[in-house]
Design a protein around this ligand. Structure first.
Ligand code: NAI
Length: 462
């Protein structure tokens, strides 16, 4: 007889394990079906390993610039096998911690590929079946590929392969200048790889505010990353050494490898057996309402499997909404327009809310203030004066600044600085209200405080 659970979760990534932990914490009896390792893309092939390698790049940059501080050091060189081993150690420690947490909360982890059948039955590929009062689909996403660039692990790599390299190439083309493309390009360039980014759109980092993108583009150019925007890639031909990529108007470039980072697609293949009423959209995403309910009664979907921002923390938030709905609580839906975005390239990017262009497109009358880190004491002390903070507020009929609708940051440690901006946007606070709060001195966060003060019409240093 099939084992019976309150909730069966298919997929043990951030969406799935958050649902399991949150649900078990509320007393539900939960099983997760996972075909590989709990932790999913984020822990094993995404956020965590990518940021670990970006930290390696930071250490390399710091040592390279040590002389400026009077610290004598040999010019650094990279042994990427050691970096790879360190990355794995970090990943494994987090993996162990997560397995411990799941065990502690008495969550059953079933190894195998699960698919949803009729009547909330989950079939596992070893032939077993689990019955549930509720099912949460959280099978995630995989890298998207483009015709002519199938990942072969040698010349063409996706994020999956890059993150398990033992040796860096000397030259690389990165196709796609989005979050993943910019993070990899930044990391590889800092570690000595000659990088070219080929981006189809007129600007890289689509969705980010233009002023922020300009800072990243300038920094990339200064560091020798060749960013080619508005170009179409046509294919590649492997040769004696490396492969030749054709793009644009008959242009070619020969490199050791190509990294394809053109987005991720939902992993819904084989997820639904016959007899379920779960609806997929034309791109393979599971259709959900604002409480993460699919079109089938008692079945939910969260994370990269649904057409919302593909961010681990959005998966966490969606998982909590789904579990609260299962518990019969009045769950507040995720406000997708105000989620925090963080991109860990150098310089880092972090934002919440509308860009200036998006606010204007939405018909808003806005007030904008910007402050550069070059005027910030701490930024000069740490030797990272590149970047800015930009705050966008609604303009009230009396000419004063109303609620803050967007906070955009680029520069040192901004992914750790976004918190205040995120709260301001989500609390719909005004510059007057936020400007009242004191920023410690000297800190990088003073630039946010200063930018907000400028919107009250009375900046201190601006
Ligand atoms: P993305 O959607 O952020 O960027 C893909 C880029 O590739 C876009 O700029 C697009 O215009 C370009 N592109 C698409 N087709 C192309 C083609 N044929 N030739 C040239 N350029 C082409 O996707 P990405 O970077 O792969 O990331 C996947 C997902 O993971 C995204 O939703 C992203 O937000 C998320 N992610 C978030 C991170 C973060 O927050 N730090 C880090 C990594 C990923």
């Amino acid at each position: 007889m099939a084992e019976q659970f309150d909730v069966v979760v298919i997929g043990g990534g951030p969406g799935g394990y958050a649902a399991a932990l949150y649900g078990a914490g509320a007393g539900l009896n939960i099983a997760i079906v996972e075909k590989d390792k709990v932790g999913g893309t984020c822990l094993h092939r995404g956020c965590i390993p990518a940021k670990e390698f970006l930290e390696t790049a930071t250490v390399f940059r710091t040592v390279s610039g040590a002389k400026e501080f009077g610290v004598q050091a040999e010019p650094p060189s990279i042994d990427f096998a050691v970096s790879q081993a360190r990355k794995q150690k970090v990943v494994d420690q987090l993996w162990k911690g997560l397995q411990g947490l799941l065990k502690q909360r008495k969550i059953t982890v079933v190894k195998g590929t699960g698919s949803l059948a009729a009547n909330k039955t989950v079939k596992v590929d070893d032939g077993s079946e689990l019955k549930a009062k509720h099912v949460i689909l959280a099978s995630g996403s995989v890298p998207r590929t483009i015709p002519g660039f199938d990942a072969d692990g040698e010349y063409v790599l996706t994020s999956d392969e890059v993150l398990s390299l033992d040796k860096l190439p000397a030259t690389a083309v990165v196709i796609g200048g989005g979050a993943i493309g910019c993070e990899f390009a930044s990391m590889m360039s800092d570690l000595g790889v000659q990088v070219t980014i080929l981006e189809a759109l007129p600007k890289m980092l689509p969705g980010c505010d233009k002023d922020v993108v300009d800072v990243v583009a300038k920094s990339f150019k200064k560091r020798g990353i060749d960013v080619r925007t508005g170009v179409e890639v046509r294919g590649h031909t492997p040769g004696d050494s490396g492969t030749t990529v054709s793009f644009g108007d008959g242009e070619q470039i020969t490199v050791d490898c190509v990294v394809v980072s053109v987005g991720r697609r939902p992993l819904s293949d084989g997820l639904l057996a016959e007899g379920t009423e779960v609806e997929l959209d034309g791109r393979g995403f599971v259709t959900v309402d604002e409480r993460m309910r699919t079109t089938a009664d008692g079945v939910y979907a969260v994370g990269d499997l649904v057409a919302t921002p593909q961010l681990a923390h959005v998966g966490f938030a969606e998982a909590m909404v789904a579990v609260r709905d299962i518990l019969g609580e009045d769950a507040t839906p995720v406000d997708y327009g105000a989620v925090p975005w963080c991109i860990y390239c150098y310089p880092e990017v972090a934002f919440a809310g509308l860009s200036e262009a998006a606010a204007k497109e939405a018909g808003m009358d806005v007030m904008v203030a910007k402050h550069r880190f070059v005027g910030n004491g701490r930024a000069l002390i740490i030797g990272e004066p590149e970047g800015l903070v930009k705050v966008i507020a609604e303009k009230l009929p009396d000419g004063k600044a109303g609620r803050i609708v967007g906070v955009h940051m680029v520069g040192p440690w901004v992914t750790e600085q976004l918190g205040q901006g995120y709260l301001a946007v989500n609390w719909e606070a005004t510059p007057e209200e936020v400007g009242h709060f004191i920023q410690p001195h000297p800190t990088l966060s003073e630039t946010f405080g200063e930018t907000v003060l400028a919107l009250t019409g009375r900046g201190l240093h601006g």
